[in-house]
Design a protein around this ligand. Structure first.
Ligand code: 17E
Ligand code: FE2
Length: 424
């Protein structure tokens, strides 16, 4: 297959991409001749081509459960956890039920050009049925999507009975990443201990780490320093991620200055979840209300890796969501005051290369000769317009096959003056 006249993300000019089997075998300027014994040639006419989108943080075991058994009325994180805890007791789902919900969400993600996903799965449940469901899905959908599973102790490693044992069991069963939720543990000391436990288990079993960290508007919630310090001491910072870290939006600048030195030194990654946390945070504020996001702009300016995720698709924590990450980018840029020209034209890094770095999948990621032919084509000709218009994904190509194809909508103006006089 040949993709003709592609505008490669972040690069000048137009390119021809030659794909044989599962691989990109040639990448040449569009004017250069490529031997065309290929059956399939798609003329992209300057459309934007990127590596597949990376969803670094979703809860696939929670998707499509909003309102069952009840809605989260306050919109807080804590009522979300309460709703989910009640649901575990009263809604008895089979593994197949969970898989059905998760696969519906995965289909939404695939339609939006996502091919790499890190999902958290609640393991504070003695049956570990959600984990079993996602472990099966991880294998079944490998041809179309790569999934990493985080063993996530939603109700605490120490606040939930035998949470630590369930966490270790989940790793033995095959979870790829160790989770945690220190701000939900009973005390600060338990929180600190829980972070140490997560990293110790990751070290022991050779896993990565991704902690729900400081997802609260409490300026005294300072577990991210513990995550960074422990990761640094164990020399595993690049394998470690702090998700949410919304309390950082409330830290004072003197403390933040000191903290940033450690964050940089530790090399840990950050995931910000703009939609979920604009919704969940600030709920205990009157006016002015905090935005409840981590310091994305400042982290990036300090060369610390940050990516964006969606977190939820209709669950007790967030009632909306359709899998579309470009919309997360658009909202995140607003919420983080990142609407300068340079911020906009590089914003898709937040859902591509920065996500790949967080997931430690950089090795075969990117549109390069010799790499797997995994890429997306979106319906626009520039990075700027992709963000402004949140352009849809026209093709998602995986291992050299077009796995998703979208026909763009067409709108006709029936006002003659507009089509002739004004717009020409
Ligand atoms: N669980 C949690 O602790 N925080 C969240 N944002 C979600 C689930 C979605
Ligand atoms: Fe989350």
């Amino acid at each position: 297959m040949i993709l003709k006249s592609a505008k490669l993300y972040g690069q000048e000019g137009l390119w021809n991409i030659e794909i044989k089997g599962e691989q990109i075998v040639n990448l040449l300027p569009a004017d250069d001749f490529i031997d065309s014994s290929h059956e399939k040639v798609i003329d992209l006419a300057g459309k934007l081509v990127l590596p597949p989108f990376v969803e670094p943080h979703i809860h696939l075991d929670y998707v499509l459960t909003a309102g069952t058994p009840r809605w989260n009325q306050s919109g807080t994180l804590f009522e979300g956890i309460q709703c989910w805890s009640e649901r575990k007791l009263v809604v008895k789902e089979t593994k197949e039920d969970i898989k059905r919900r998760a696969l519906k969400a995965i289909e939404m993600q695939m339609k939006h050009g996502i091919q790499h996903v890190r999902t958290h799965v609640d393991i504070t449940d003695p049956s570990l049925i959600g984990l079993e469901a996602l472990l099966e899905i991880r294998e079944e959908i490998k041809p179309w999507m790569d999934i990493q599973i985080v063993a996530f102790p939603q109700e605490g490693i120490y606040a939930y009975p035998k949470g630590d044992e369930l966490l270790e069991e989940a790793l033995k069963m095959g979870a790829d990443v160790v989770g945690g939720i220190p701000h939900y543990e009973f005390t600060r000391e338990d929180g600190v201990q829980s972070v140490k436990k997560s990293l110790e288990l990751a070290y022991k079993y050779g896993k990565m780490v991704d902690i729900h960290c400081d997802e609260i508007d409490d300026e005294q919630s300072r577990f991210v320093e513990v995550v960074a310090a422990e990761a640094y001491k164990l020399g595993m910072g690049e394998l470690v991620t702090a998700s949410h870290t919304t309390a950082m939006g409330s830290y004072n600048d003197a403390y933040t200055y000191k903290l940033f030195k450690l964050l940089k030194q530790s090399k840990i990654n950050f995931v910000a979840l703009p939609k979920a946390n604009l919704h969940l945070q600030g709920r205990f504020d009157s006016y002015p209300k905090r935005r409840g996001l981590t310091r994305v702009k400042e982290l990036l300016e300090s060369d610390i890796n940050v990516c964006f995720g969606l977190d939820s698709i209709m669950d007790p924590w967030y009632p909306l969501g359709d899998g579309n990450l470009i919309r997360v980018v658009e909202m995140g840029l607003h919420a983080c005051h990142m609407t300068g020209y340079n911020d906009i034209v590089t914003a898709l890094n937040l859902i591509t290369s920065n996500g790949a770095k967080t997931l430690n999948i950089e090795e075969n990621y990117g549109i390069k000769k010799g790499n797997k032919a995994n890429l997306v084509v979106i319906n626009t000709e520039s990075e700027y317009e992709a963000v402004r218009c949140q352009s849809p994904v026209l093709y998602s190509i995986r291992n050299g096959e077009v796995i998703v194809e979208t026909k763009p909508a067409e709108t006709k103006m029936n006002i003659p003056e507009f089509s002739k006089q004004f717009s020409e």
